[in-house]
Design a protein around this ligand. Structure first.
Ligand code: SAM
Length: 288
C-alpha cells in the first residue's frame, strides 16, 4: 500500500474500520513519514535478518521493516487491528502477525519456530505503559537476539542510556547495562504521533553484550541490591540496603567494606562493577 505513513491515508483507513484509539493500550500511532524508515534502517533489519516487532498498530513501521528484512513477526494485542493489518500489509509475504500480549508470548519458542537460521533483532514503537517490563523481559530471558531498537518516552530514554555513576542513572540503567550497551539514536517530537502523547519520545538501541561486563556469583541477588539501592536513592547505600533488604547494618557495612564501597555513597554514584562487588560480598557472607 502506498504512502501508509501519510496522515490522510491513516485517518481514512482508521475511519473505514471504525477504529477508536485505546489509551490503556498506549495507542499513539506514528504519522511522521521520516521516522519509520530511519528506525527500520538503524535497527539492523536487512538481508539474513528476522525482526520481532511489538505492537504494529496499523503497520507503518512493520512495512518499513518488511522492505529490509527477510522476515518480520509482529505481536499485536488489540484484535481490532487485525483486519486493518490484513489490508495495510497485503503487499508483503514476509510478515506474520501474532495476536497476543507480548508479556505472555514465549519469545524463545517464537524465535526457534519462525526465524531458523536468521539473525534476530527487535524493533518497536513500544506501548509506553509497559516500557521497562518489556525491555527487561527481552533482556532477562537471554534470547538469541542481536539488538533491541525501541521508541520510548524521552525521560525513559534518558534514564536507560545514562552513564552509571551520574545523577540521571536509576535501577533500570544498571540492570540494562548488565545485558546491553544502550544509546540514544534520535529524538522524536510528540507531534509525530496521532494522537500526540503528552511528552516527547526518543529511539534507543540496546546492543546485546555477548558476555556480561562483570562477574557475579548470584545474579538475582545483584538485581535485588540494585533495586534496593535505588529504592531510597537519597539515603546512603548503607541505610538503603539494610532497610530495603532487611539486613543488619553490621552485615551490610562488612560487605561494603569488602567491596571497597563507601557506606555514605548514594546509589547513583555506584558503577555496575561496584554493585556486583557488593552482591558478591553479601553472597559470600551468606554462605558462611
Ligand atoms: N507501531 C505502531 C506505530 O508506530 O504507529 C503502533 C505503536 S503504539 C505506541 C503501541 C502498539 O502496541 C499498539 O498497537 C497497541 O495496541 C500495542 N500493544 C499494547 N499493549 C500490547 C501488549 N501487551 N502486547 C502487544 N501489543 C501491545
Amino acid at each position: 500500500m502506498d504512502r501508509l505513513s501519510d496522515i490522510g491515508t491513516i485517518k481514512s483507513i482508521l475511519s473505514r474500520h471504525g477504529f477508536s484509539f485505546s489509551k490503556a493500550l498506549g495507542q499513539n500511532f506514528l504519522v511522521n513519514p521520516n521516522v519509520c524508515p530511519e528506525m527500520a534502517r538503524l535497527s539492523g533489519a536487512g538481508e539474513g535478518v528476522g525482526v520481532i516487532e511489538i505492537g504494529p498498530g496499523i503497520g507503518v513501521l512493520t512495512a518499513e521493516l518488511a522492505k529490509l528484512a527477510d522476515k518480520v513477526v509482529s505481536i499485536e494485542l488489540d484484535k481490532r487491528l487485525l483486519p486493518v493489518l490484513d489490508e495495510t500489509l497485503a503487499g508483503f509475504d514476509n510478515v506474520t502477525i501474532v495476536n497476543g500480549d507480548v508479556m505472555e508470548v514465549d519469545l524463545r519458542k517464537l524465535i526457534e519456530e519462525e526465524f531458523e537460521e536468521l539473525d534476530v533483532v527487535v524493533c518497536a514503537n513500544l506501548p509506553y505503559y509497559i516500557t521497562s517490563p518489556v525491555i527487561m523481559k527481552l533482556l532477562e530471558e537471554r534470547l538469541p537476539i542481536r539488538s533491541i531498537t525501541v521508541m520510548v518516552q524521552k525521560e525513559a530514554a534518558q534514564r536507560i542510556t545514562a552513564p552509571l555513576g551520574t545523577r540521571a542513572a536509576g535501577a533500570v540503567t544498571a540492570s540494562v547495562s548488565y545485558y546491553a550497551e544502550a544509546k540514544t539514536l534520535f529524538k522524536v517530537s510528540a507531534g509525530s504521533f496521532m494522537p500526540p502523547p503528552k511528552v516527547d519520545s526518543a529511539v534507543i538501541r540496546l546492543d546485546i553484550r555477548p558476555q556480561p561486563p562483570v562477574s557475579v556469583s548470584d545474579e538475582a541477588l545483584m538485581f535485588s541490591v540494585i533495586r534496593a539501592s535505588f529504592a531510597q536513592r537519597r539515603k546512603t547505600i548503607l541505610n538503603s540496603l539494610s532497610n530495603s533488604l532487611h539486613l543488619g547494618k553490621g552485615d551490610v557495612s562488612a560487605a561494603l567494606e569488602k567491596a571497597g564501597v563507601s557506606p555514605t555513597a548514594r546509589a547513583e554514584q555506584l558503577t555496575l562493577g561496584e554493585f556486583a562487588a557488593v552482591a558478591n560480598a553479601l553472597h559470600e557472607n551468606n554462605g558462611k
